[in-house]
Design a protein around this ligand. Sequence first.
Ligand SMILES: [Zn+2]
Length: 102
Amino acid sequence: MGMKHGRAGYSVYRSQQWQALRLAAKRRDGFKCTSCGGRGRLEVHHETPVRQAPELAFDLGNLKCLCPPCHSKQTNAERGIQPNPARDAWKSLLRQGTFLTC
Ligand SMILES: [Zn+2]
Protein backbone atom coordinates (compact mmCIF):
# COMPACT_ATOMS: atom_id res chain seq x y z
CA MET A 1 0.00 0.00 0.00
CA GLY A 2 3.01 2.29 0.09
CA MET A 3 1.96 5.21 -2.06
CA LYS A 4 4.96 7.42 -2.52
CA HIS A 5 4.67 11.13 -2.36
CA GLY A 6 7.14 13.66 -3.63
CA ARG A 7 6.11 13.47 -7.26
CA ALA A 8 2.81 15.21 -6.88
CA GLY A 9 2.39 16.10 -10.55
CA TYR A 10 2.75 12.52 -11.55
CA SER A 11 -0.28 11.16 -9.79
CA VAL A 12 -2.37 14.32 -10.13
CA TYR A 13 -2.60 13.96 -13.89
CA ARG A 14 -3.66 10.37 -13.75
CA SER A 15 -6.47 10.76 -11.31
CA GLN A 16 -10.14 10.74 -12.24
CA GLN A 17 -10.52 13.90 -10.22
CA TRP A 18 -8.13 15.66 -12.55
CA GLN A 19 -9.96 14.41 -15.64
CA ALA A 20 -13.21 15.82 -14.26
CA LEU A 21 -11.61 19.09 -13.26
CA ARG A 22 -10.01 19.53 -16.65
CA LEU A 23 -13.43 19.29 -18.22
CA ALA A 24 -14.85 21.73 -15.68
CA ALA A 25 -12.12 24.24 -16.53
CA LYS A 26 -12.83 23.91 -20.25
CA ARG A 27 -16.53 24.42 -19.70
CA ARG A 28 -15.92 27.46 -17.56
CA ASP A 29 -13.64 28.98 -20.20
CA GLY A 30 -16.12 28.25 -22.96
CA PHE A 31 -13.79 25.72 -24.64
CA LYS A 32 -11.57 28.59 -25.73
CA CYS A 33 -7.98 29.57 -25.11
CA THR A 34 -8.01 32.17 -22.33
CA SER A 35 -5.05 33.91 -23.92
CA CYS A 36 -5.90 34.20 -27.62
CA GLY A 37 -9.50 32.97 -27.70
CA GLY A 38 -8.61 30.19 -30.08
CA ARG A 39 -10.84 27.16 -30.21
CA GLY A 40 -9.85 23.63 -30.93
CA ARG A 41 -7.44 21.67 -28.91
CA LEU A 42 -6.97 22.97 -25.40
CA GLU A 43 -4.63 22.23 -22.60
CA VAL A 44 -5.36 23.03 -19.00
CA HIS A 45 -2.67 25.06 -17.35
CA HIS A 46 -1.91 25.46 -13.65
CA GLU A 47 -1.27 29.14 -13.01
CA THR A 48 0.72 28.21 -9.96
CA PRO A 49 2.67 25.11 -10.95
CA VAL A 50 1.77 21.93 -9.12
CA ARG A 51 5.33 21.48 -7.97
CA GLN A 52 5.12 24.83 -6.20
CA ALA A 53 1.64 24.43 -4.77
CA PRO A 54 0.41 20.82 -4.77
CA GLU A 55 -2.56 21.94 -2.69
CA LEU A 56 -3.78 23.99 -5.65
CA ALA A 57 -3.57 21.09 -8.09
CA PHE A 58 -7.32 20.55 -7.89
CA ASP A 59 -8.32 24.16 -7.43
CA LEU A 60 -10.39 25.32 -10.38
CA GLY A 61 -9.30 28.88 -9.64
CA ASN A 62 -5.73 27.85 -10.37
CA LEU A 63 -6.57 26.45 -13.78
CA LYS A 64 -6.96 28.07 -17.14
CA CYS A 65 -7.38 26.76 -20.64
CA LEU A 66 -4.73 27.52 -23.22
CA CYS A 67 -4.19 26.37 -26.77
CA PRO A 68 -0.92 24.51 -27.29
CA PRO A 69 1.06 27.50 -28.68
CA CYS A 70 -0.06 29.79 -25.85
CA HIS A 71 0.57 27.06 -23.34
CA SER A 72 4.12 26.47 -24.42
CA LYS A 73 4.81 30.20 -24.51
CA GLN A 74 3.55 30.47 -20.97
CA THR A 75 5.39 27.42 -19.76
CA ASN A 76 8.61 28.55 -21.37
CA ALA A 77 8.25 31.98 -19.79
CA GLU A 78 7.70 30.42 -16.37
CA ARG A 79 10.68 28.19 -16.71
CA GLY A 80 12.87 30.78 -18.38
CA ILE A 81 13.45 28.47 -21.30
CA GLN A 82 14.05 29.72 -24.81
CA PRO A 83 12.73 27.64 -27.68
CA ASN A 84 15.16 24.93 -28.65
CA PRO A 85 15.21 21.69 -30.63
CA ALA A 86 14.81 19.48 -27.58
CA ARG A 87 11.75 21.42 -26.59
CA ASP A 88 10.32 21.05 -30.08
CA ALA A 89 10.86 17.33 -29.94
CA TRP A 90 8.98 17.30 -26.67
CA LYS A 91 6.13 19.28 -28.17
CA SER A 92 5.78 16.90 -31.07
CA LEU A 93 5.58 14.09 -28.56
CA LEU A 94 2.76 15.95 -26.88
CA ARG A 95 1.03 16.44 -30.21
CA GLN A 96 0.99 12.71 -30.69
CA GLY A 97 -1.55 12.53 -27.93
CA THR A 98 0.55 12.05 -24.89
CA PHE A 99 -0.62 13.65 -21.74
CA LEU A 100 -0.94 17.38 -21.82
CA THR A 101 -0.60 19.78 -19.02
CA CYS A 102 2.03 21.27 -16.86
ZN1 LIG B 1 -4.06 30.59 -27.43
